[in-house]
Design a binder for this molecule. Structure first.
Ligand SMILES: C[S@@+](CC[C@H](N)C(=O)[O-])C[C@H]1O[C@@H](n2cnc3c(N)ncnc32)[C@H](O)[C@@H]1O
Length: 252
């Protein structure tokens, strides 16, 4: 699994974008003091930390199938009930939470509708399910330049554009299929400053997620060609990249 990596590698690669989404997604889900919330696919805890800050650790639960990420959350956020599990099978009773959230996760689940239905199951009637997925089908994902370069050099490459929720409106369709009500979709934006090309590129070599796995699997010559094409496509450093995430929320 391409998320069997260290929390530090994740932080350097995707965490630098996902920490910016977390407070926005919490606002979008209407998270407020007094609630009990689950973070599904928590990774090393970008969203979990925001929830713990707003609600108190004792009111936050989190799951992820990656052992290293669950271990990191337990160290970083003691008091949060962090467990090794998958969205498709949450180890909590029906109606346990006020909200269930999944930040950048739905596209990695083996059955997105089953995962969203399971999130709905553990939320009380009238509670919220909220999720977001990067705009991998468009030009404004955080990995768009990388996958553009990869496609130019290898027409057979399997990028992330066809994954669930990665195109506009699809996440909301999945929410409706999962039986959620009053479904609304919108977009969130993360903007990250990159001081140098190396600071942008090196995290792609750490093997995180499908892009990291792809880069790590190339022989040195092809990886160098990909690196060079990315350098040509990016603005001169320092540069700023903005990334869009499609977002949906619905009521149980
Ligand atoms: C891009 S990371 C997002 C992590 C974190 N939510 C964040 O925003 O930084 C995707 C996460 O989904 C997790 N994941 C993959 N398959 C999953 C599944 N079936 N159920 C729950 N989480 C899953 C991965 O282990 C990984 O931590």
């Amino acid at each position: 699994m391409s998320f069997a990596v260290s929390a530090d590698a994740y932080d350097r690669f995707m965490g630098r974008y996902s920490v910016q989404l977390a407070p926005q997604l919490a606002d979008h889900a209407g998270v407020r003091a007094g609630q009990r919330v689950i973070d599904v696919g928590c990774g090393p805890g970008a969203l979990t930390a925001v929830l713990a800050d707003r609600l108190g650790s004792a009111n936050v639960c989190a799951i992820d199938p990656s052992e290293s990420f669950v271990a990191a959350v337990r160290v970083r956020l003691p008091g949060v009930d962090a467990r090794l599990a998958s969205a498709e099978r949450l180890p909590w009773a029906d109606r346990t939470f006020d909200a269930a959230m999944a930040q950048l996760v739905v596209h990695f689940t083996s059955d997105p509708v089953a995962g969203l239905s399971e999130m709905a199951r553990v939320v009380r009637p009238g509670g919220i399910v909220a999720a977001c997925v990067w705009d991998h089908a468009g030009e404004y994902g955080p990995l768009s330049i990388f996958w553009q370069a990869a496609r130019e050099l290898d027409a057979e490459v399997k990028d992330e554009s066809l994954l669930a929720g990665a195109r506009e409106g699809h996440l909301a369709e999945l929410f409706v299929e999962a039986g959620l009500r009053s479904v609304e979709d919108s977009a969130l934006v993360a903007t990250v400053n990159h001081p140098s090309f190396a600071e942008w590129w090196v995290p792609f070599t750490l093997g995180v997620g499908p892009a990291g796995a792809y880069a790590a699997g190339l022989d040195p010559e092809r990886r160098a060609a990909l690196q060079e094409r990315c350098r040509q496509l990016l603005p001169a450093a320092p540069f700023e990249l903005s990334a869009r995430a499609w977002t949906a929320r619905g009521r149980t």
